[in-house]
Design a protein around this ligand. Structure first.
Ligand SMILES: [Zn+2]
Length: 244
């Protein structure tokens, strides 16, 4: 579990009346999406709850999205040339900023942790944990993640990240034949970097595939299944899960 240090994190915990940032985000997600019972989440339904008038396409934006205060209402601007799932994530991220605006005066508007928190709020808005648990079927393979991504109208990467937070999985992204990043929901002791590094060559050669991997978790040998899929011309997502 990450240790949060910023004022933004403290503010979020007290706003949601939760002791951990993670449960604060689930609570805020529930306040915003609780009335929606099946994916995909309709973002427009959330707008009136946060005093957001509309989301508008602005081709001149220099960033993916921007929050504007007009009178006493918010307008979210997004880049229209981005893909549909990217636009949805951007709008949900800006809704995260609006949540902070509503936590009281002197709200934080920049900072690395603030941006991370807005990404986590976006992820919980687009993929509420309770709906994910209802819809996901084990095993959480890359095929299942792809199916869920379509269902929730999010990118495969966003869905893989969410699944690694909610299930005992590890995921990695490989760009141009190199390991870009990996994260693990398996155990705090488990660092899957070496296993993923050992797979990078295979992943780069094949569009998609499955491989049995032997690894050690606290010195105990366990076998894992790695499966991966291309998500862009030079990008793949790889998942590691325990054998069933
Ligand atoms: Zn932001």
């Amino acid at each position: 579990v990450k240790s949060w240090r910023s004022a933004a994190a403290r503010r979020l915990r007290s706003f949601a009346k939760r002791t951990s940032v993670e449960s604060a985000i689930v609570e805020i997600g529930h306040l915003l999406t609780g009335s929606q019972h099946s994916p995909p989440i309709d973002l427009k339904t959330i707008f009136p709850l946060l005093n957001v008038r509309e989301a508008i396409a602005d081709p001149d934006l220099l960033t993916a999205g921007e929050l504007r205060l007009v009178g006493d209402e918010y307008i979210i601007a997004f880049t229209p040339s981005d893909s549909g799932v990217r636009q949805r994530f951007t709008i949900a991220h800006e809704l995260g900023h609006v949540v902070f605006e509503r936590t009281g005066p002197h709200c934080p508007r920049r900072g690395h942790e603030l941006e991370q928190l807005c990404d986590l709020i976006a992820s919980e808005i687009l993929i509420p944990q309770r709906l994910l648990y209802q819809q996901a079927k084990s095993p959480i393979s890359i095929a299942q993640v792809t199916k869920l991504a379509k269902l929730f109208d999010v990118s495969i990467t966003s869905m893989a990240v969410k699944c690694a937070q909610c299930y005992p999985l590890a995921i990695a992204q490989i760009d141009f034949g190199e390991l870009s990043w990996c994260m693990s929901g398996i155990s705090q002791f488990y660092r899957p970097r070496a296993e993923f590094k050992g797979l990078v060559e295979k992943i780069s050669q094949k569009r998609n595939g499955t491989e049995l991997v032997e690894m050690k978790l606290q010195k105990e040998p366990i076998s894992m299944i790695a499966d991966w899929q291309k998500t862009g011309p030079d990008r793949s997502i790889c998942l590691l899960r325990k054998t069933d």
